[in-house]
Design a protein around this ligand. Structure first.
Ligand SMILES: OC[C@H]1O[C@H](O[C@H]2O[C@H](CO)[C@@H](O)[C@H](O)[C@H]2O)[C@H](O)[C@@H](O)[C@@H]1O
Length: 606
C-alpha cells in the first residue's frame, strides 16, 4: 500500500525537488528542473517506476523525523532490536551538478541497512544502461546521465535493481550521493558529503535570518517560507505551484493535474507572502521573471508559464503510470495554460503596486507593461472566463474575476495618485466604479444576503472570501458578513471549506465528476475574514485547526479530505503555505497589510 501524502517530506535545491517517505525511500525526483521528467516516479506509479530506498534491512520502526532547525536538511530516525540509525537527506545548494546526498549515521548499536537504487528516467518508463566503476554507478538513458557514489559498493544484479547491504555502528557514517549530468557533460567530481550537508544547512539558516516575523507561529511560518523558497526556481525567480504532478484531489479520482509550472496567481501571492515576511530580494527576481514572461502583446498574456516563461505546456497522459493510490490519469503539462482567467490581472497589478509601496527599486518597463495590461482589461473585463478554479466547463462571468478586475483598476488609480506615474486615472476611476456597481448588482443575491459564484447563479464560491482582502468591501460590511455566513453554512465540511458547491451545477461548471477534498487555502481565507471581522478567537481556533493538519514536518498539500482525515492534491502546495503565512501575519499584527488596502479601497467606492 502506498504511503500517505503526508508521509512524505520535501527536499529541494531551488531548481528542483524530491519527496522522501518516512520509510526512507525517495519516490519522486525530477532532474535537472522541477518540470523535468522524473527519474524516481514510484509516487505516482509502482516501485518499478523508480525509487531510492535507505532503511534497516531487519524489522524496524520509525522513531521520528524532522528538518534540522530552519533548514531543508531532513533527518529520519529508525530503530530496531540491534540499535538505531539516522538518515540525513538533502539536496545541496546547486553548483554544476544537481544532486541528492544521503548520510547514514549510527546512533546506537550496530544496524544492518539496505539501499536499492532503482533509477528509471522519463517518469519511470526507461530502464537505463547501468555500469559500475568501483564504488560509482553510472546510469545512462537518452538525455539523462546519473552517477551514484557511495562509501559501500552496490551489487548490480541483473542491472535492473542495484542494491547494497551494509552495517553501521554507533558513531560511524556511510555516505551516498546521486548526481545528474547532461548528455555530454563531464562526470561530476566526488564531493565530501559532510561539507555538502553543512554548506546546505548554513545556506538555509542564512536565508531564514532575513525573516522578520517573530510571532507566536514562527516555526510554522518559517517552514512555510522555506517551502515557498524551495518551490521558487532561482535562475528565473518563477515559483511553481507545487513540486508534483497528479497527486489526486480525491483518492482514486481523476482530478489529477500537473502543478510544476508558474501560475501568475500563485507566483504573485508567493511574492506577497515573502515580501510581507521581510524578503525583498525575492520580489526583485520575481518581477524580472514576470516581466519577461508577460512581455509582448497583453492580449497574449497567459495565466501560467513554464519556469523560464515557456508558453506552451501541452497536457498529456502518461498511461504507463498507475497513479497515486490508483488515481489516473497521470497528466503532465496543463491545459489550463490556454485559459482566460481575468483575476490574474488584479493579482499582478496588486503585487506590482505592493512592490512599489515597499520601495522595491523601480523597474524601467514595469509601468509600461501595466499600462498595456490595463488597456486590455478595460476592453475585456466583462468577458466570461474560466475563473480562479480553472473550470473546464463553459466560461462564465465569475464574481471573483470581476472583483479582481476592480482590484486592477484600483491599483492603477493608486499608481497615478500615490506614485505620480502617468496614466488616465479619471478613466480608470470610472472603470473601477463601473465594475463595483456591476458586481454589487449582478454578483450579489439580496434575498440571501450573499455574493454568489457567477452572475445569474445561486451557487456559492469560497473565492468570495477574498473580497475584503483585496479591499473591495470591508470585512464588517453586511454583504461580506452575509457571504461569510453563507459559506460557513453551505461550503464547510467538518470545519474545512470546499471551493464551491458540489453537485449538478458544479458538474456543468467543471465538466468533471464532483468529488474532491476541502481546499486548504480557502479555509485559511475564512479564518482571515473572521479575524478581520474582529472575531479573533474564532479565527485563531480555525487557524490552529489548520495547523493541525500540517504533517509532522510542517507541510501541506492543496486539499484535505475530512472524511479520510488525509491530505490530498499536489504537494507541498504553494497556495496553502502562502495562506498559512498570511493568516499568521494577520493574527500577529491584528490587521494585515492586506487590510490596509481594504480601508483605502472602500473610502472611494463605498
Ligand atoms: O481542479 C481544477 C483545476 O485545478 C488546478 O488548478 C488549481 O491549482 C492552481 C495551481 O495551484 C491554482 O492556481 C488554481 O486556482 C486551482 O484551481 C489545475 O491546474 C487545473 O488544470 C484544473 O483545471
Amino acid at each position: 500500500m502506498s504511503l500517505r501524502i503526508e508521509d512524505y517530506a520535501l527536499l529541494g535545491d531551488t531548481e528542483t525537488a524530491a519527496l522522501v517517505g518516512n520509510d526512507g525511500s525517495i519516490d519522486w525526483l525530477c532532474l535537472p528542473r522541477f518540470d523535468s521528467p522524473a527519474c524516481f516516479a514510484a509516487l505516482i506509479g509502482r516501485p518499478g517506476n523508480g525509487y531510492w530506498s535507505m532503511a534497516p534491512a531487519v524489522p524496524h520502526r520509525l522513531r521520528g523525523r524532522r528538518y534540522r532547525r530552519e533548514t531543508l536538511v531532513l533527518e529520519t530516525d529508525f530503530e530496531c532490536d540491534d540499535g538505531a540509525v539516522r538518515v540525513i537527506d538533502c539536496m545541496p545548494v546547486r553548483d554544476e551538478h544537481p544532486d541528492v546526498v544521503r548520510r547514514v549515521q549510527g546512533l546506537r548499536g550496530r544496524v544492518r541497512l539496505r539501499s536499492e537504487a532503482v533509477v528509471r528516467p522519463d517518469y519511470g518508463a526507461i530502464v537505463p544502461w547501468t555500469r559500475r566503476y568501483g564504488s560509482r554507478l553510472h546510469f545512462v538513458a537518452g538525455p539523462d546521465t546519473l552517477y551514484l557514489d557511495s562509501d559501500v559498493a552496490f551489487d548490480l544484479g541483473d542491472h535492473r535493481h542495484p542494491c547494497t547491504e551494509f552495517t553501521v555502528a554507533e558513531g560511524e557514517t556511510v555516505d551516498f550521493r546521486l548526481a545528474w549530468a547532461g548528455p555530454r557533460a563531464p562526470a561530476p567530481e566526488r564531493v565530501d558529503i559532510g561539507t555538502a550537508i553543512t554548506r546546505t544547512e548554513n545556506w538555509w539558516r542564512e536565508w531564514v535570518q532575513h525573516c522578520d516575523y517573530d510571532g507566536e507561529y514562527r516555526d510554522e511560518v518559517v517552514r512555510s517560507l522555506i517551502t515557498l523558497k524551495a518551490l521558487t526556481y532561482s535562475p528565473s525567480g518563477g515559483t511553481v505551484a507545487a513540486a508534483t504532478t497528479s497527486l489526486p484531489e480525491q483518492l482514486g479520482g481523476i482530478r489529477n493535474w500537473d502543478y510544476r509550472y508558474c501560475w501568475i496567481r500563485d507566483a504573485t501571492l508567493t511574492l506577497l507572502a515573502l515580501l510581507n515576511s521581510g524578503y525583498e530580494e525575492e520580489a526583485g527576481s520575481w518581477r524580472e521573471w514576470l516581466l519577461r514572461a508577460v512581455a509582448g502583446e497583453p492580449a497574449q498574456m497567459r495565466i501560467m508559464y513554464g519556469i523560464e516563461g515557456e508558453r506552451r505546456l501541452p497536457e498529456m497522459e502518461l498511461d504507463w503510470l498507475s497513479g497515486y493510490a490508483g488515481s489516473t490519469p497521470v497528466r503532465v503539462g496543463n491545459h489550463a495554460a490556454r485559459h482566460c482567467q481575468l483575476d490574474v490581472y488584479g493579482e499582478l497589478m496588486d503585487a506590482l503596486h505592493q512592490a512599489r509601496s515597499r520601495g522595491i527599486p523601480p523597474h524601467a518597463s514595469a509601468w509600461k507593461v501595466q499600462r498595456a495590461l490595463m488597456d486590455y482589461l478595460e476592453e475585456h473585463w466583462r468577458d466570461p472566463d474560466t475563473g480562479i478554479w480553472e473550470v473546464r466547463g463553459p466560461p462564465r462571468q465569475f464574481t471573483h474575476s470581476n472583483v479582481m478586475a476592480w482590484t486592477a483598476a484600483d491599483r492603477a488609480v493608486k499608481a497615478v495618485e500615490e506614485f505620480g506615474l502617468e496614466g488616465p486615472s479619471d478613466r480608470w476611476r470610472r472603470m473601477r466604479q463601473e465594475i463595483f456597481d456591476d458586481v454589487c448588482e449582478n454578483g450579489f443575491d439580496p434575498k440571501r444576503g450573499t455574493f454568489t459564484q457567477y452572475y445569474g447563479s445561486s451557487g456559492l464560491d469560497a473565492s468570495l472570501l477574498q473580497l475584503s482582502a483585496v479591499g473591495f468591501l470591508p470585512a464588517d460590511d453586511e454583504r461580506m458578513k452575509g457571504t461569510v455566513e453563507a459559506i460557513q453554512h453551505e461550503l464547510m465540511e467538518d470545519g474545512f471549506v470546499h471551493r464551491y458547491t458540489m453537485g449538478r451545477e458544479s458538474r456543468e461548471l467543471d465538466d468533471l465528476p464532483p468529488g474532491e477534498g476541502a481546499f486548504l487555502a480557502c479555509t485559511f481565507w475564512l479564518a482571515d475574514n473572521l479575524i478581520m471581522q474582529g472575531r479573533i478567537d474564532e479565527g485563531r481556533k480555525l487557524f490552529e485547526r489548520l495547523l493541525g493538519v500540517c504533517n509532522d514536518v510542517g507541510l501541506l498539500s492543496e486539499e484535505y479530505d475530512p472524511r479520510a482525515g488525509r491530505l490530498v492534491g499536489n504537494y507541498p502546495q504553494a497556495l496553502s503555505h502562502i495562506a498559512l503565512v498570511n493568516t499568521a501575519l494577520l493574527l500577529e499584527k491584528g490587521q494585515a497589510p492586506i487590510e490596509d488596502r481594504a480601508r483605502t479601497g472602500q473610502e472611494e467606492d463605498g
